[in-house]
Design a protein around this ligand. Structure first.
Ligand code: AP5
Length: 211
């Protein structure tokens, strides 16, 4: 099964991707995680990407398409954070056609702006193992310390309020048009992303035909 997760920043895509990986054994391809790792390592990709990410803008399409071309598996994957623009979606379609790969569902997380701001301002991540928490909805057992590896949790640089506002604006302009793109292809499945993690998980199972 091959799935694309789509939705505004902080909609819960990464959280549900981790659950789907456990449930269905899919490979999780998060372009955000790949870019953050490159930034951490200071690679040429990371140095270039950082300027865009810090401003809440999208990394240029040619870079992102090249990156996906390198990491896209043949089967059983979740694309989280790609495609984010029409040229990315068209490039992906060409790639999939060349490889004979089919997307089974594009899951769109429907979430309003108030919820997004609350989720992103409360998000804390582990810089070491990548675990994601929320100070209210999914707090670590010990204040600001990762349950899994004991590292001090951090707030992502792009979760600052002014950057979140920019990310939302970019999302509306550049990514939202993809909802219709995939609706017209008949593979769009909408879930109510404002519900609890468990409820969203249940909705995803249903739209994938396993609920
Ligand atoms: P990326 O990392 O992809 O950011 P994003 O799409 O903005 O998504 P987030 O990771 O912020 O949120 P999420 O939906 O995964 O939510 P999460 O599960 O963490 O991209 C970052 C940047 O990289 C971009 O701005 C861009 O610059 C660049 N980039 C990446 N891909 C690109 C591309 N294709 N093209 C160009 N540039 C690209 O949840 C959020 C919080 O809410 C957490 O605290 C979580 O615990 C909590 N939570 C989750 N679900 C629930 C729930 N149901 N109820 C209560 N709390 C919840």
């Amino acid at each position: 099964m091959n799935i694309i997760l789509m939705g505004p920043p902080g909609a819960g895509k990464g959280t549900q991707a981790k659950i789907l990986v456990e449930e269905y054994g899919l490979k999780h391809i998060s372009t955000g995680d790949i870019l953050r790792e490159a930034v951490k390592k200071g690679t040429p990709l990371g140095i270039k990407a950082k300027e865009y990410m810090d401003r809440g803008e999208l990394v240029p399409d040619d870079i992102m398409v090249g990156l996906i071309r390198e990491v896209l598996p043949k089967d059983n994957f979740i694309l989280d954070g790609f495609p984010r623009t029409l040229p990315q979606a068209e490039a992906l379609e060409r790639m999939l056609k060349e490889e004979g790969i089919k997307i089974d569902a594009v899951i769109f997380f429907d979430v309003n702006d108030d919820v997004i701001v609350e989720r992103l301002s409360g998000r804390r991540s582990c810089p070491s193992c990548g675990a994601v928490y929320h100070i209210k909805y999914n707090p670590p057992r010990n204040n600001e310390i990762c349950d899994r590896c004991g590292t001090k949790l951090v707030q992502r640089d792009d979760d600052r309020e002014e950057v979140v506002r920019k990310r939302l604006e970019v999302y509306r302009k550049q990514t939202e048009p993809l909802i219709n793109y995939y609706r017209e292809k008949g593979i769009l499945r909408v879930v109510d992303g404002t519900k609890s993690v468990e409820e969203v998980k249940g909705e995803i199972s249903s739209v994938l035909g396993n609920g």
